[in-house]
Design a protein around this ligand. Structure first.
Ligand code: 13P
Ligand code: SF4
Length: 313
């Protein structure tokens, strides 16, 4: 790391103390951001940290929907995101108008929305879920209830295969990074690293095929959220892992399990939105208290119900 970056990091740490701020970072953030954060985690872990903090200022190093979730859980605190343009292709895959039309066609259905949605879409959902609890959330809903699951179809197919629910309708949305990870990539990586275990994110285009292959014992692997991957890799007796998700996860994996080897299924699996947060932008964010995340009050109130139902589970 060059001297200039080190100095900027020192300033960030000073300002963080002075302003009594909490820096949260997602597992896909660049290594320098993860290393300066107070907590690094997956969508669920970050929501939980945001909910329990007593700090007056939260700086969210992740994408906008995550910072909005932190604001919804902390309406009285100041929530900042260093770059408000840090979006998410999954969030873009459904609008609130599309969701309302879909609900009209299924008036009795329970709506389960993935956390990767905009605040106004969340406000129309009965439950919010993340990659680590989507199966549990769906299982908590009475079996005779129709479910609208949105917006990630690969996570939806995986949840459907796991829960064997026939009345689960799935929105055809996808994350461009994970959709591009196909079963052929998994097979090739597995051939190259025959002793490795696979760690697969449920948003991957191959997640349900992987589920059948692992159930058959054809490959050894687990379908997990990003933090689930870290916990699993630490405790597994395996010493090598092939990782099917955004490559930012390699940093916390290698940090938390330094004695093990991790290989990405696809080196190009990079979320350009997650990489928009830099040390420069984080420093400016703390100095100038920009960019403040705000969500209209009525939307916050409605969106909070589904998030809190999830956290209560
Ligand atoms: P996790 O909640 O598993 O970290 O996933 C978030 C995400 O955006 C995956 O692309
Ligand atoms: Fe969204 Fe995909 Fe990036 Fe995750 S990896 S933040 S789902 S675009």
């Amino acid at each position: 790391m060059d001297r200039e970056t080190k100095e900027k990091i020192e300033k960030i740490l000073e300002l963080k103390e002075k302003k009594d701020a909490l820096i949260l970072a997602h597992n896909y953030q660049i290594p320098e951001i993860q290393d300066v954060a107070d907590f690094v985690g997956d969508s669920l872990g970050l929501s939980e940290k945001a909910k329990e903090t007593d700090k007056p200022l939260i700086v969210f190093c992740g994408v906008l929907f995550m910072a909005e979730t932190a604001k919804i859980l902390n309406p009285d605190k100041k929530v900042l995101i260093p770059d408000p343009e840090a979006g998410c292709s999954l969030v873009e895959s459904i609008t609130v108008e599309e969701l309302r039309k879909w609900k009209q066609k299924h008036p009795d259905a329970v709506v389960v929305g993935y956390i990767n949605t905009s605040a106004d879409v969340k406000a129309e959902c009965d439950y919010i879920c993340t990659s680590s609890n989507a199966v549990n959330v769906v299982e908590s809903i009475p079996e005779d209830k129709e479910i609208l699951f949105l917006p990630d179809m690969f996570l939806g197919f995986y949840v459907q295969a796991k829960t064997k629910r026939k009345n689960l309708h799935i929105w055809p949305g996808e994350c461009h990074v994970h959709a591009a990870i196909r079963i052929e990539d998994i097979k090739r990586a597995y051939d190259e690293h025959k002793n490795a275990e696979l760690l697969i994110h449920p948003e991957c285009g191959c997640s349900s095929s992987c589920m059948y292959l692992t159930a058959d014992g054809k490959i050894k692997g687990e379908i997990l959220s990003t933090s689930g991957m870290i916990k699993y890799a630490k405790k597994s007796p395996a010493s090598e892992f092939v990782v099917a998700t955004e490559i930012g996860i390699l940093h916390p994996l290698r940090k938390k399990a330094p004695e093990k080897k991790f290989y990405p299924v696809n080196e190009e699996a990079i979320c350009k939105y997650m990489k928009m947060i830099t040390i420069d932008k984080l420093l400016k964010s703390l100095e100038r208290e920009i960019y403040e995340v705000n969500v209209p009050e009525e939307i916050m109130r409605k969106a909070k119900r589904g998030i809190e139902r999830m956290l209560a589970l």
